[in-house]
Ligand binder design. Sequence first.
Ligand code: HEC
Ligand code: HEC
Ligand code: HEC
Ligand code: HEC
Ligand code: HEC
Ligand code: HEC
Ligand code: HEC
Ligand code: HEC
Ligand code: HEC
Ligand code: HEC
Length: 304
Amino acid sequence: MRLAGCLLALMLLCAGGTQAAERELDDPNTIDVCLKCHDEPKVTGVLHGPHMSTADLRTHAGTIGCQNCHGDSTAHVARLDTGAVRPPPTRVFNGSRKSSVDVQNEACGGCHQGGSALHWQGSPHASADVACTSCHASHPVQDAVLAKATQAPVCFTCHADRRADALKPSHHPVLEGRMACGDCHNPHGSLGPNMLRGGTVNDTCLTCHDEKRGPFLWEHAPVQEQCTICHTPHGSVQMSLLRQRTPYLCQDCHDSSTHNSQPFSATNLPGGAVPGRQMVLRACLNCHGAIHGSNHPSGARFAR
Ligand code: HEC
Ligand code: HEC
Ligand code: HEC
Ligand code: HEC
Ligand code: HEC
Ligand code: HEC
Ligand code: HEC
Ligand code: HEC
Ligand code: HEC
Ligand code: HEC
């Protein structure tokens, strides 16, 4: 008898407790409700980033903060019948119930238009249905893609050939963390070719390699035209990111009518053919060292 009374009291207590909790759970418009079920570190990192800054009124940090991105979550937090599957929030960015790319991107686009994302619409990434969240992680305290040292691995998940290039002997110091893909490219799109930051390839290169800009007294035509005629930007097995080794690089354009492509001469050795000085060591660069242009009065042949 006493035992039954006790059990009854316990049951009432439990029922009362759950009801109170469920009433609170019914209101999705406070982030505390979300955090009751989602208190894992992989979720709570967002509380320490700019999207939950209480000082920034745009974030609605205390109230609908989570729904700024995840959209209306009323059904998600609602009370469930036993055994029922909890429906996801309106917008899900990862896992098997991921929303369509359009639905995901409209969440971010609502607050982030213009600025560096001005040319997003129609950009190669937007056209290929790449989601903002393919590059950006919102929950970790540090979004890897924003830091020079951790950015490239994010790009390599889709651009694996670029990783192979970055490992070649001559490369921009991207893997070393001194430079990022984003120093040359704006991954949100740009007015330049290949989403380059500059309006042209040369504008992009010359922001850092200004000493190659000229004008020179003696210009070398291909340098003015496009750096990538001779250089490959991502990595090369030749020195100085060259597409080919000299003399072959030069011989693409300069024919054999002069000294320039005599591969061998026997002048130095009795009876034996030895490579001509145009072909050994730095080949043409042995003499034509000022290959980007010369300001020397007698530098017409780029020899000084
Ligand atoms: C009553 C507990 C509970 C509350 C409150 C709750 N969630 Fe969830 N949420 C879950 C569970 C359980 C899952 C896992 C669903 C699954 O894996 O099937 C989940 C999954 C999610 C997911 C991933 C969806 C998916 O399908 O992978 C997101 C995003 C999410 N919740 C956001 C929120 C937001 C935002 C709030 C507040 C508005 C919130 N949740 C409140 C229990 C809750
Ligand atoms: C309710 C508005 C809002 C929404 C929605 C929103 N953001 Fe933000 N975001 C902000 C604010 C405010 C900042 C703080 C920086 C600023 O002043 O722009 C910010 C900053 C950022 C930053 C810079 C972070 C840093 O550490 O400097 C990134 C990246 C970003 N958001 C990406 C996203 C992505 C991706 C989405 C979609 C999943 C998204 N945002 C959705 C308002 C929003
Ligand atoms: C292909 C990868 C990629 C995609 C897709 C992408 N971003 Fe970014 N985002 C970056 C990188 C890299 C940076 C850092 C740029 C820098 O260093 O200047 C960045 C920076 C930002 C910033 C920080 C502030 C700023 O303007 O530089 C915001 C905000 C942002 N992105 C929002 C978005 C939104 C919104 C989308 C979707 C419409 C999006 N991003 C899609 C790679 C990406
Ligand atoms: C700036 C947009 C943004 C805000 C604000 C935001 N989320 Fe998310 N959420 C995301 C993105 C993007 C993902 C996918 C994983 C990632 O990028 O970290 C995600 C993933 C999740 C997941 C699934 C985690 C997993 O890996 O299974 C849960 C749960 C979740 N969010 C809950 C919340 C809760 C709770 C809040 C509020 C405290 C919140 N989110 C605020 C953008 C956001
Ligand atoms: C030094 C500047 C520079 C850096 C750093 C750079 N790129 Fe590029 N990228 C270019 C130029 C210039 C082009 C134009 C194509 C060409 O002429 O080879 C290009 C083209 C591309 C292309 C499209 C054309 C192709 O060859 O597939 C992709 C994709 C690309 N880059 C990805 C990346 C990634 C990922 C990173 C970081 C690991 C990166 N780039 C770093 C300058 C750069
Ligand atoms: C989710 C996959 C994905 C990620 C992550 C990604 N890209 Fe891309 N990227 C693509 C697709 C798809 C295309 C368009 C098809 C193509 O050219 O390969 C593309 C194209 C490009 C192009 C070529 C544009 C043109 O005009 O041809 C560049 C440059 C580029 N990405 C740079 C980057 C950089 C830098 C990062 C990292 C900040 C990055 N991508 C991250 C998928 C991705
Ligand atoms: C954001 C700055 C930046 C931009 C933009 C840039 N570079 Fe560089 N470049 C560097 C740095 C840093 C190094 C490494 C210098 C060092 O190691 O001392 C470098 C090195 C080089 C080298 C020598 C590589 C070697 O193995 O010795 C060449 C060639 C080169 N860049 C060509 C280019 C071309 C072509 C472009 C345009 C497609 C370009 N750079 C754009 C910063 C830049
Ligand atoms: C006609 C082919 C050619 C063109 C075009 C060209 N370069 Fe070069 N570049 C070379 C050669 C060859 C070397 C190696 C020079 C050496 O070792 O003396 C080199 C070396 C470099 C280096 C590293 C060594 C140094 O001198 O600082 C940089 C940086 C560089 N080039 C930048 C550029 C930029 C930027 C452009 C476009 C404005 C450009 N190059 C256009 C052939 C070219
Ligand atoms: C893409 C084609 C191209 C490549 C590659 C190229 N050049 Fe040139 N070069 C030219 C053009 C065009 C001129 C200007 C010719 C003229 O004014 O008659 C020129 C001029 C010269 C001149 C001055 C000749 C003169 O008649 O004024 C020398 C020397 C020279 N190049 C050496 C080299 C060397 C060495 C290399 C390899 C490192 C090289 N070039 C690579 C196209 C190229
Ligand atoms: C041993 C030094 C030396 C080497 C190596 C060399 N050159 Fe020259 N080159 C010269 C000199 C000196 C001139 C100027 C000749 C003149 O003004 O009559 C010249 C002139 C030129 C000219 C201008 C047209 C001409 O014939 O007068 C071109 C183009 C040229 N060289 C390209 C090359 C190429 C390409 C290579 C590599 C295959 C090369 N040179 C290797 C010394 C050299």
